[in-house]
Design a protein around this ligand. Structure first.
Ligand code: SF4
Ligand code: SF4
Length: 214
């Protein structure tokens, strides 16, 4: 099981930045807790500001084929929006970001692991449930799972011909991130302060049993 927890309102508002926004809610699978009431109240406030071009509330947004069909009838609302705000786990945000790759797609939630069954989805992307989602700084491509070293602050320098030095069969995650940021005109985020990872919210840390002295 995992929990999606809304980022604080100020953070989300700073991402939207008074721009026109299309909202996607995933009330998805049984394995993900969704902050339904909180999200609804926040989105109502946002809509009262007059900048929301449309809202879709659906399930399993991590299924790209389903999502393509479901988003079809929202084409105009999506085209009118400058920002896509996604309320879902990290997998959902990445799926939307892949599909709407020329749009700025933002995660409104952090994904926090809980012990137990993690669910099965038709995954093309992965979320390490790090508890502090960085997708808003990386063009919707997860630096934890797309980079072999889970680097948060850019490329390690070992990339060869665009591929990863750890796994030469894999494209370097940071090459992909750079390309996506360039595509949506957001290379400026690479100038933001250095990211320091909080391992206390991380899935692997959460799995470790308490030991004496910890
Ligand atoms: S940064 Fe990656 S691992 Fe962390 S919550 Fe976002 S998608 Fe998941
Ligand atoms: S080559 Fe790229 S993907 Fe591989 S570890 Fe370095 S930055 Fe990460």
């Amino acid at each position: 099981m995992l929990i999606t927890q809304m980022k604080d309102k100020e953070t989300i508002l700073s991402l939207v930045d008074n721009k026109k926004v299309f909202i996607i809610n995933c009330q998805g699978c049984m394995e993900v807790h969704f902050p339904e009431e909180e999200a609804k109240a926040f989105q109502k406030e946002l809509a009262e500001g007059g900048n929301v071009t449309g809202v879709i509330t659906t399930d399993y947004i991590c299924n790209p084929d389903n999502m393509k069909l479901r988003l079809k009838k929202y084409e105009k609302a999506i085209a009118d929006a400058e920002v896509i705000l996604v309320f879902s786990c990290g997998v959902g945000v990445q799926t939307i970001s892949d599909y709407l790759e020329d749009k700025a797609v933002f995660a409104a939630c952090d994904t926090i692991p809980m012990p137990g069954f993690q669910g099965v989805t038709p995954l093309q992307v992965d979320c390490g449930q790090c508890g502090e989602c960085y997708l808003n700084l990386t063009g919707g491509i997860c630096p934890i799972t797309a980079c072999s070293k889970s680097l948060l602050n850019g490329q390690c320098g070992g990339t060869k011909n665009g591929n990863c030095e750890v796994d030469p069969d894999m494209e370097c995650g940071w090459e992909r991130i750079y390309r996506r940021l360039a595509m949506v005109g957001r290379l400026d985020v690479l100038n933001c302060p250095v990211q320091i990872r909080d391992y206390s919210t991380d899935k692997e840390t959460a799995k470790k049993p308490e030991t004496e002295g910890n």
